[in-house]
Design a protein around this ligand. Structure first.
Ligand SMILES: Cc1cc2nc3c(=O)[nH]c(=O)nc-3n(C[C@H](O)[C@H](O)[C@H](O)COP(=O)(O)OP(=O)(O)OC[C@H]3O[C@@H](n4cnc5c(N)ncnc54)[C@H](O)[C@@H]3O)c2cc1C
Ligand SMILES: NC(=O)c1ccc[n+]([C@@H]2O[C@H](COP(=O)([O-])OP(=O)(O)OC[C@H]3O[C@@H](n4cnc5c(N)ncnc54)[C@H](O)[C@@H]3O)[C@@H](O)[C@H]2O)c1
Length: 458
């Protein structure tokens, strides 16, 4: 049995970064990845990078104003080719970055616990057993497919992964689920020229977002032709010669849609399947995630979990920060914990992107804050005007007693960059006047933070 100081199960963001950091300290490390097509993990192969490449190409496709569906479909195929080349290059680079480290061995196979220190790996060339002093689980998340009649039998049902491999642009696309993936794909495919219908079980679109912002997002996507049905209970999916029929109930009315393709985007759950966690005595939560403490230690002290598999926020940057917590625990002063994450920003990459940090107006009031509110239409921003990207709304929530920024929702071009500036102001405890009076370059989207926070003063 080969012996390692550290075994990392899964080639995700946290795992690969940790492997490199441990190797740089001379540690003997094994990284186990189940698929040759997943070196580098979800983000670069089937997640953030391919989807954001399609967001970019979908935007370019709209600028070209192609007149026929055939031209749009050709544009889509070309975008898929570019996306595939990009991720193949990144996957290769990710593999090489670890493979070139003298003390790292990459195993391609499925890992499972045989005991608290022994990991079995099923490879193409047979099974092997590895021994690890410390073990790090970084196996990500997998899609949840709801229990809907016919969903597994239909040839027209796709996940985010399989739809991005389908070279034919769907004329009509039904998306089940209006979360991150549902909305990003709605924006992408509507941009390429598909007719898009989104069905979601929640009564309101983006119900955890600020009400006015959610309405602005809805109107913007509707202008692109996206049709929303909220409060929908899907009854079945059935293939017919005209396409897949999706039957659903909406406010006591029976309805149905016919589509060339159906995207299921109903959430992703921690991927613990096949890990044989009981063999190591590792507990899971009632939501199926690996149970960890604030240092990301599982119920077995020498085994840690990082990224999506430990539950909570599913973002690449959280997996990366998990790696920082673990490195601080191993080599630092053990001050970093998951409790440090007071303000985590996020972006939904529709066009324009929606980004948020902190509380919405409704949440702040519910928490008992007296608030001051500022709203700025994106159309008032000089940079937005000159870029012809005037769609959107910016909104800030400030505590009326302390002048601290409680939250900010930015639905405008470049909001995924701007939100990080607001986050830093919040993290460092600045008053809103810091952003109101900060010197920004001109003409830029970020200078609109001057104008947004100026409106608080009134
Ligand atoms: C379509 C889509 C778009 C997204 N867009 C964004 C975005 O724009 N921004 C953002 O921050 N996040 C985005 N996310 C979420 C983000 O991709 C994930 O949160 C992140 O990649 C999780 O990383 P991780 O480190 O937990 O593990 P992952 O990167 O998921 O890696 C886990 C790896 O473990 C391997 N594995 C699993 N089980 C085993 C086993 N038993 N043995 C060996 N190997 C195993 C898997 O094959 C996989 O490669 C997106 C996700 C999706 C699906
Ligand atoms: N930009 C980003 O950072 C980004 C992009 C994509 C994905 N992600 C991550 O991936 C995770 C998974 O994304 P997702 O969009 O699959 O999940 P999600 O949890 O964001 O959204 C799922 C949606 O599906 C709906 N739903 C669930 N079951 C349904 C049913 N039977 N019928 C109709 N609607 C149903 C829910 O109401 C919800 O709106 C996200 O939590 C996110 O963290 C992040």
């Amino acid at each position: 049995m080969e012996h390692y100081e550290a075994i990392i199960i899964g080639f995700g963001k946290g795992g690969k970064t940790l492997a490199a950091a441990l190797a740089d300290r001379g540690r003997k490390v094994a990284v186990i990845e189940q698929s040759k097509l997943m070196y580098g993990g979800t983000c670069i192969n089937i997640g953030c990078i391919p989807t954001k490449a399609l967001v970019h190409h979908s935007k370019l496709s709209q600028i070209k104003r192609l007149s026929s569906f055939e031209d749009q479909a050709a544009e889509y195929r070309s975008a898929l080719d570019k996306k595939s080349s990009l991720i193949a290059a990144l996957r290769q680079k990710n593999f090489e970055n670890l493979d070139k480290k003298e003390t790292v061995t990459i195993y391609t196979g499925k890992a499972a616990f045989a005991s608290p220190h022994a990991i079995s790996v099923q490879t193409e060339n047979g099974d092997m057993m590895l021994h690890g002093e410390q073990i790090y689980i970084n196996t990500g998340a997998t899609i949840t497919i709801p229990d809907i009649e016919g969903i597994h039998e239909s040839q027209r049902v796709y996940t985010s992964t399989t739809l991005m491999e389908e070279t034919a642009l769907p004329k009509r696309l039904v998306i089940i689920g209006a979360g991150y993936i549902g909305l990003e794909f709605a924006s992408i495919y509507a941009g390429f020229g598909s007719e898009v219908i989104v069905l979601d079980s929640h009564r309101d679109l983006l119900e955890t977002e600020d009400g006015e912002i959610a309405q602005a997002v809805r109107s913007s996507l509707e202008k692109k032709g996206v049709v929303f049905h909220n409060g929908a209970t899907i009854q079945y999916v059935r293939d017919t010669e005209h396409g897949a029929v999706i039957a659903y109930m909406e406010a006591d009315h029976k309805r149905q849609e016919t589509a060339d393709a159906v995207l299921v985007a109903t959430g992703r759950k921690p991927n613990v399947e096949g890990l044989q966690l009981p063999n190591a005595g590792i507990a899971i939560t009632d939501r199926g995630a690996i149970q960890v403490n604030e240092y990301l230690q599982t119920t077995v002290p020498h085994i840690f979990a990082m990224g999506d598999v430990k539950g909570g926020l599913q973002f690449t940057y959280i997996s990366l920060d998990d790696q920082r917590i673990i490195m601080d625990h191993l080599y630092g002063n053990k001050r970093r914990t998951t409790h440090d994450r007071q303000f985590v920003p996020y972006s939904v990459f529709i066009d324009p992107p929606l980004s948020r940090v902190g509380l919405t107006e409704q949440e702040a009031i519910a928490k008992g804050h007296e608030v001051k509110i500022a709203r700025l239409p994106a159309a008032a921003i000089p940079r937005a005007k000159l870029n012809e990207e005037t769609e959107g709304l910016l909104k800030a929530v400030v505590d009326a007693q302390t002048d601290r920024i409680l939250g900010c929702s930015l639905f405008c071009a470049d909001s995924h960059e701007m939100i990080n500036i607001v986050q830093i102001a919040m993290e460092t405890g600045q008053s809103f006047t810091f952003l109101r009076d900060h010197i920004f370059t001109h003409p830029s989207m970020s200078e609109s933070l001057n104008d947004l926070f100026q409106l608080i003063s009134r």
